[in-house]
Design a protein around this ligand. Structure first.
Ligand SMILES: Nc1ncnc2c1ncn2[C@@H]1O[C@H](COP(=O)(O)OP(=O)(O)O)[C@@H](O)[C@H]1O
Ligand SMILES: [Mg+2]
Length: 341
């Protein structure tokens, strides 16, 4: 590479995960190899204004972006991790780091992700899908209107307590709660409704919570070792993730080599199932009772703070944070990233 590639990091964003993205984005900017890349950045504020360094509002976003060779969207959640910005960059013909429109939009929607994983025969927690407040969408995608007590009855019959109630498009656990009876189920649904009109009610899994990092394209995809999360609270809530220093991350997870390999294989399978590209972090449970590996979700733009699982897992594999970012950028122009190792 003779000329340095111009890389523009976009971070912040309009989603509930704005603050997390700010930390992730700053870390990415600091750690990008300045010998290899000319780095600039754009912050999207909570209202959707695009600001260049020095906080000046960008008047012509298209022109501004066109000055770069590659965009690195370090955005989490809605309008960032859901295919919208990816679609805009496709239209502008600007290459970018990570998953494209399809993988991003599927993975941002927990209900649609479930349907894809079902098709791939990847084991997951049993669930009920409710849309527009009270419409139950059954396994045949038929729609049945239910009142609150009918929903509670259905949950009790199909799943049993505890259940996790999630807005379909959530991230960082925002809007998610655990319900242990009919009363707090209805409250949990009301809460989730504030974030999305599609709601997922999922059977609670008692077990270890583990995560695996995927990196690469097509045939070149690799999975990292598996990390374990021991949340400081009842589950890995927003506070447990970002505000409670007692949440522990264990790398590698304390599991057998067989389980480790099964998780790595399944992570790659899930990544391919959603048409993943570049990177993803795939999250699982290992159920205590059965020792089964149960997929929870796939994150196409995982946290990138210095203490985040994704860079930590690759660090364990011998890739520094900086080297990892270089590989991610090289992937956007289809450079083979693994042959030098
Ligand atoms: N079915 C489940 N069983 C047990 N715990 C769950 C279940 N679903 C979610 N959780 C807990 O809630 C957290 C957040 O849920 P998750 O689906 O990962 O949402 P997000 O996309 O916001 O991270 C998980 O990390 C886990 O601690
Ligand atoms: Mg999660």
């Amino acid at each position: 590479m003779n000329e340095k590639k111009r890389v523009c990091v976009i971070y912040g964003g309009m989603s509930t995960e704005h603050d997390v993205s700010i930390i992730s984005g700053k870390n990415v900017i600091d750690n990008l190899d300045k010998e290899k890349f000319n780095v600039s950045s754009i912050v999207i504020d909570k209202n959707g204004n695009w600001l260049e360094e020095g906080k000046k509002t960008i008047k012509n976003i298209k022109e501004h972006l066109k000055k770069n060779d590659i965009v690195f969207p370090v955005l989490h959640g809605k309008y960032g991790e859901d295919g919208t910005i990816q679609g805009m960059l496709d239209l502008l013909k600007i290459p970018y780091v990570g998953c494209g429109v399809l993988a991003s939009s599927i993975s941002m929607d927990k209900v649609y992700t479930k349907r894809i994983f079902e098709k791939a025969n990847i084991q997951q927690a049993k669930y009920i899908f409710i849309k527009n407040g009270n419409i139950y969408v059954d396994a045949n995608l038929d729609e049945i209107e239910l009142n609150n007590s009918e929903i509670a009855e259905l949950v009790e019959k199909e799943l049993g307590y505890p259940v996790f109630v999630k807005p379909s498009n959530s991230g960082s656990s925002v809007g998610i709660s655990k319900a242990t009876n009919n009363q707090n189920l209805i409250k949990a649904i009301e809460q989730a409704k504030n974030y999305d009109n599609k709601i997922l009610i999922e059977k609670g899994i008692q077990g270890k919570e583990v995560e695996c990092a995927v990196l690469g394209n097509d045939k070149e995809v690799r999975a990292s070792t598996v990390g374990e999360i021991i949340p400081a609270e009842d589950f890995y809530s927003y506070d447990a993730k970002y505000n409670n220093s007692k949440s522990i991350v264990k790398i590698p997870a304390d599991i057998s080599e067989n389980k480790m390999n099964e998780i790595k294989r399944t992570a790659i399978k899930a990544f391919k199932a959603v048409d993943g590209k570049g990177l993803s972090r795939v999250d699982f449970f290992i159920e205590d009772k059965t020792n089964n590996v149960i997929i929870n979700e796939i994150n196409t733009m995982p946290g990138f703070t210095e203490i985040s699982m994704y860079p930590k897992l690759w660090k364990y594999e011998g890739l520094s944070y900086s080297e990892l970012l270089t590989k991610l950028i090289e992937l956007t122009y289809n450079k083979a990233i693994w042959n030098e190792n």
